[in-house]
Design a binder for this molecule. Structure first.
Ligand code: SAH
Length: 213
């Protein structure tokens, strides 16, 4: 598959939809305008890739809905060269959006099949994540910590303590918390011990599971 003018047209329309739904961060919108989402999906979904919906990506997982990607990315308030940790690489689309926003992205995936597939795809598309790992995101990436921000793209039953510990002071952790349904939660680290908590609406993610598979 290639990236054609028709795909660019569909991306422009998707950006309009996201703006109508309340996304305002120019950096987020610009990244979504540039990243070819159809190349992160199985070719059978090509014609639907720019609809605002989630799709299966194999191994029982899904690529998040563009609105969700945009909403989480906006909450991160990414600045150029920020060190960002993503938990749940999946298709690599969110990784690519963060890269497009100028972040140095570190990402962890617990499904080996997806980890392998995405490790090949991202460089092919010219997306240079700093570090992709096959591992358990509950542990974060202590060797690369601290991070300016951390984004979890699977539904977490609770907020993993190691992720809080790997956040810089002033850093932001965006994580959907809950079992069946999740509340989008933003933690801002105030100092060594204190975090400010903000809650946003309900979302639905595949579950954040423990250990590698
Ligand atoms: N950001 C992805 C979303 C994929 S869905 C995208 O844009 O496509 C969530 C992903 O989180 C799945 O690939 C799932 O395997 C992964 N995941 C679930 N629990 C995890 C854990 N403990 N550590 C790392 N990844 C995890």
């Amino acid at each position: 598959m290639r990236d054609l003018a028709k795909h660019q047209g569909l991306r422009n329309q998707l950006v309009e939809v996201l703006m109508k739904k309340g996304i305002t961060d120019k950096n987020v919108l610009q990244a979504i305008k540039t990243i070819p989402r159809h190349l992160f999906l199985d070719s059978s979904f090509e014609n639907f890739a720019y609809q605002d919906t989630a799709f299966p990506i194999g191994a029982g997982q899904t690529i998040s809905q563009p609105y969700t990607v945009a909403f989480q990315s906006q909450l991160l308030e990414v600045k150029r060269d920020d060190k960002v940790l993503e938990i749940g690489t999946g298709s690599g689309y969110q990784t690519a959006v963060l890269y497009g926003m100028g972040a140095r992205v570190f990402s962890v995936e617990r499904q080996n099949e997806l980890y392998k597939k995405t490790s090949v795809l991202l460089p092919k598309l010219g997306i240079r994540a700093r570090h992709l790992t096959f591992g358990d995101g509950y542990k974060g990436l202590p060797n690369f910590a601290p991070f300016d921000s951390i984004i979890v793209t699977a539904g977490a039953p609770f907020i993993p303590q190691p992720l809080m510990a790997q956040l810089k002071i002033g850093g932001r952790l965006v994580i959907p918390v809950g079992e069946e349904q999740q509340i989008m939660t933003l933690l801002i680290r105030k100092n060594e011990t204190q975090f400010e908590k903000h809650e946003f609406g309900d979302f639905r993610f595949v579950p954040m599971l423990e250990d590698r598979n």
